[in-house]
Design a protein around this ligand. Sequence first.
Ligand SMILES: [Zn+2]
Length: 85
Amino acid sequence: MFLKMHLLMMSTLSRAYIKDLEKIRPSSILDLIHSGETLSVSASARARMPAKRACARCGYVSSMEVCKACVMLVRTGQFLANLKL
Ligand SMILES: [Zn+2]
């Protein structure tokens, strides 16, 4: 639970940081993507990476059987169904 909260907080802070960078230099996100694409990954690290596959629901690229967007849609639907308005 603590690890999940920590990862969520780090993810939120990272997004906020990137948004701040984009205010200073609009190409920041593209620069970050380019840097990531040029990183070299060792063969042992590459072997541990998840396989690229298609989401079972929408067909979009995902590393899991169902992509995060579809998981969020299902959870949002369940949340709305449980709301008592
Ligand atoms: Zn999907």
